[in-house]
Write a protein that binds this ligand. Structure first.
Ligand code: PLP
Length: 439
């Protein structure tokens, strides 16, 4: 019997024993192409010698020192490197152990910022339907995925959810993409006015929506309008780049593609590339100073904040991304991946949309392509696709989506940045096996 609590007990999980490049191997020796890095984690691939060396070196010199007493070289160097490349006036970094912790920290920082500024009446958070921001209670409350929230609703904090920017489903036929983006962004201003302009702490959004929608970027102009509205009402903009950040969409920070900068930015997943659990929250100096000049104490913390081995690993990861010029490669390989998906599946009657940025691509499954009608959820399309792809030796990320009241299914692809042209072909062949089997 396995004593590890599995994620789901439908079937005993397969035991992974080794990773190399873009592949994982199970105990029987079967090889899997890691087409989603689990969930957009393994950006460098597996078994990277430089990263392994960095882990070993740091563990040998300093494995742990509590941040109540100490900082460390890897934490300071990593913070400097991130800030050097960060958008806007982001100036301070708070290291945590993953994505949910980063979002949870951001929510608490935003609330405390307004307390320090003498605005205790600010207590509302606004986010979007069809979003996922993590599984701890604050992050879960912020996310709009009804399925994940359902059983915890009575104990979740009160968060308003407005429409996401989901052009494929929501844009009217007579509307330009730009006008559509302005229309949905307007929901933010309407909600701020409804709640009372001086009662809102923050708006939270993913620049490219991952798990709940399958790599959906906003249309041009949407985030610029969101930024304007936040500025107008003094509401903090928190961007959750836990999945889409760290080079995944062809920019180190995903919001660079939208030409805006947030007040608080959350990153994780690709930050440690799967070699160590690490996340981070970046904030502006203004936010930091409000707390520093006020109570002088951020009322938040975890034992493993700024873990030296995790920071050293991440430092090596970010240096590798930049030094090996992997981010331009993400853009180039991402275009090829997109083209291959269109060539192979663009006309398929049950694939309604192919979308994404960089090496973050999604396909939406539909029962009726013309009318964009999703499959009946009881068909379990995403679940069947996951199994068929896994059997064919491909790890991808199929999900039941969260179209309002009308569930959809999609598959997310987020392969390592080192994916070759031949391997794009291999992914297409394996996807085709799953597509043929499920539809
Ligand atoms: N935010 C986003 C956008 C995510 O995709 C995820 C995880 O999938 C999280 C937050 C939570 O991150 P973690 O699972 O590391 O806690």
């Amino acid at each position: 019997m396995n004593h590890v609590f599995p994620r789901q007990n439908l079937a005993p999980p397969v035991k992974a024993v080794r990773g190399e490049g873009c592949y994982l191997f199970d105990e029987s020796g079967k090889q899997y192409f890691d087409g989603s890095g689990g969930a957009a984690v393994s950006c460098l691939g597996h078994g990277d010698a430089e990263i392994i060396q960095a882990i070993q070196d740091q563990a040998a010199s300093l494995a742990y020192a509590h941040t109540g007493f100490f900082t460390s070289d890897p934490a300071e160097e990593l913070a400097d490197l991130l800030i050097k490349h960060a958008p806007g006036t982001l100036d301070r970094v708070y290291f945590v152990s993953g994505g949910s912790e980063a979002v949870e920290s951001a929510l608490k920082l935003a609330r405390q910022y307004f307390l320090e500024k003498g605005q205790p009446q600010r207590r509302h958070v606004i986010a979007r339907r069809q979003s996922y921001h993590g599984n701890t209670l604050g992050a879960l409350a912020t996310g709009g995925n009804a399925w994940r929230r359902a059983q915890f609703e009575p104990i979740l904090m009160d968060v308003s959810h407005i429409a996401p920017c989901y052009e494929y489903v929501d844009r009217a036929a007579d509307e330009t993409p730009f006008d559509y983006g302005q229309r949905v962004a307007q929901e933010l201003e309407d909600e701020i006015l409804r709640l009372g302009p001086d009662s809102v702490i923050a708006f939270v959004a993913e620049p490219v929506v991952g798990a709940t929608m399958g790599a959906v970027p906003a249309v041009e102009g949407y985030f610029k309008r969101i930024r304007e509205i936040c500025n107008q009402y003094g509401v903090l903009l928190i961007l959750d780049e836990v999945m889409c950040g760290m080079g995944r969409v062809g920019h180190l920070f995903a919001c660079d593609a939208d030409g805006i900068a947030p007040d608080i930015l959350c990153i994780a997943k690709g930050l440690g590339a799967g070699y160590q659990p690490i996340g981070a929250m970046l904030c502006t100096d203004e936010i930091y100073q409000a707390i520093s000049d006020g109570s002088g104490f951020f009322q938040h913390g975890h034992t493993y904040l700024g873990h030296p081995v995790a920071c050293a690993t991440s430092l090596a990861v970010v240096k590798a991304m930049l030094g090996r010029r992997l981010i331009p490669r993400v853009e180039a390989q991402g275009e090829k991946l997109s083209q291959a998906l269109h060539d192979r599946f663009g006309q398929h009657p049950h694939i309604g949309d192919i979308r994404g940025r960089g090496l973050f691509r999604g396909m939406e499954f539909v029962a009726d392509r013309e009318a964009k009608i999703p499959f009946d959820p009881t068909r379990n399309t995403a679940g069947k696709f996951k199994k068929a792809a896994f059997d064919a030796g491909l790890i991808c990320y199929p999900m039941r989506g969260t179209r309002d009241g009308n569930l959809g299914d999609h598959v997310l692809l987020a392969p390592p940045f080192i994916i070759s042209d031949d391997q794009i072909g291999e992914v297409m062949d394996k996807l085709a096996v799953a597509v043929d089997q499920v539809f």
